[in-house]
Design a protein around this ligand. Structure first.
Ligand SMILES: [Zn+2]
Length: 68
């Protein structure tokens, strides 16, 4: 699925291994950090995240800002 960055509007390909996800996301364009929540492959929540909080969170695989 794709996550649209609320900061710059860039859509980033997001590798989702399950239909729900709750964790960190980094925009490939503006490098903004967000904590996102996905349910049923739909984005339910997106909150800005500090670098510190991001480092504490789990690392996820992102395809870096690819147009699909
Ligand atoms: Zn962005």
């Amino acid at each position: 699925m794709q996550i649209q960055c609320p900061g710059c509007g860039m859509k980033t390909g997001f590798l989702l291994t399950q239909s729900t996800y709750d964790g960190p996301f980094r925009c490939g364009k503006c490098k903004g950090l967000f904590n996102i929540r996905i349910a049923n492959r739909k984005l339910k929540a997106c909150e800005p995240l500090s670098e510190e909080e991001f480092e504490k969170g789990q690392q996820v695989e992102l395809s870096d800002a690819e147009e699909v």
